[in-house]
Design a protein around this ligand. Structure first.
Ligand SMILES: NC(=O)c1ccc[n+]([C@@H]2O[C@H](COP(=O)([O-])OP(=O)(O)OC[C@H]3O[C@@H](n4cnc5c(N)ncnc54)[C@H](OP(=O)(O)O)[C@@H]3O)[C@@H](O)[C@H]2O)c1
Length: 294
């Protein structure tokens, strides 16, 4: 059953080592020439690979996740090459208060942010709700990224060629605005799919909102069925590698495409038609702002 669900979800697509947790860490010290990047959900899977590759290019990577041990290990790993630097911050995206605290800690410790990759994600088989009463996949995969992005916009505005990348998925379910929290008809694929489509809709809106402010935003489906904890824990058989997904992410990081695009791998793709529906995006924007208290 788990395996069948996962197939449905994912097979449509084909230094200075600083390992403190965020609270009380104090000012960070990336060198003036270093690109400062935040990769959410970089204690594992795709995020860890992307963090490692960016550090290998010389970046200062803000590593994020819930698991402190894995966070410290990633800091050690990504800085082992001696080119980049990294620091770990712990925050649980199933709590908007934790996302707010993470953003405040990063604003306290850094003067700028050049790249934000909203990558943290989950698939949950049973319906669960976040600390704020929001359906869990909508909360972790989408809403936390929205709140974090808005809270970090002042740092991004200070950044060099700043950009935001939303790691979405080709798995998409249209949002039913009469039951966004899926209280009536929950399924893991609906929950995951609507959270991933919401990220694409957010990307399109945010690109419009940030026009003229110098911040580029894109969304992408990295690769289908990568060999990650998300896939394996749901009983899936990996078909692609995190290396393939990371190459797609880094392609989108470097692309010269106009802001607000959705990529499938390295190619510009066409998202689910609901993403093009301005009224649906307006409803999503209004709901999201209400939920995060904007
Ligand atoms: N795997 C695929 O084939 C595939 C396909 C398309 C799109 N994607 C997308 O790619 C992204 C990465 O997926 P992955 O396969 O690399 O997953 P993964 O290996 O399971 O890694 C997920 C990451 O998210 C973090 N995370 C999970 N729940 C969190 C929470 N409540 N608060 C904070 N961080 C949390 C995890 O860190 P902690 O455990 O330390 O909290 C981990 O670092 C996701 O957005 C996913 O939807 C994946």
């Amino acid at each position: 059953m788990l395996k069948a669900t996962l197939v449905l979800l994912l097979s449509f697509a084909s230094s200075s080592v600083q390992a403190q947790t965020g609270t009380g860490a104090g000012p960070a010290t990336p060198s003036p020439s270093q690109r400062i990047v935040l990769v959410t959900g970089s204690t594992d899977g795709l995020g860890r690979e992307v963090a490692s590759r960016l550090a290998a290019q010389g970046a200062h990577v803000i590593v994020h996740g819930r698991n402190v041990e894995r966070g410290r290990a990633v800091v050690d790993q990504v800085t082992a090459g001696g080119k980049g630097s990294a620091r770990f911050y712990q925050a649980d995206f199933s709590s908007l208060a934790d996302v707010r605290r993470l953003a405040a800690d990063i604003r306290r410790d850094y003067g700028r942010l050049d790249l934000l990759i909203n990558n943290a994600g989950i698939i949950t088989q049973e319906r669960r709700v976040s600390a704020d009463g929001v359906e869990m996949q909508f909360a972790v995969n989408y809403l936390a990224g929205v709140q974090l992005t808005y809270a970090l916009l002042p740092l991004l505005e200070n950044g060099r060629s700043p950009r935001i990348i939303n790691v979405s998925s080709i798995s998409a379910s249209p949002i039913d605005f009469a039951d966004v929290m899926l209280e009536r008809d929950y399924s893991p694929s609906r929950a995951y799919g609507q959270s991933k489509l919401a990220q694409v809709m957010f990307t399109i809106d945010l690109a419009e909102e940030l026009k003229g402010r110098g911040i580029v935003v894109h969304a992408l489906h990295p690769a289908g069925y990568m060999d990650t904890t998300m896939v394996r824990s749901a009983g899936g058989t990996p078909r692609t590698t995190v290396a393939e997904g990371a190459e797609a992410v880094l392609h989108v990081v470097a692309t010269g495409a106009p802001s607000g695009r959705y990529f499938v791998g390295k190619e510009i793709g066409t998202p689910h038609p609901q993403a093009a529906d301005a009224e649906a995006r307006r409803q999503l924007r209004a709901l999201s702002r209400r939920l995060i208290g904007m």
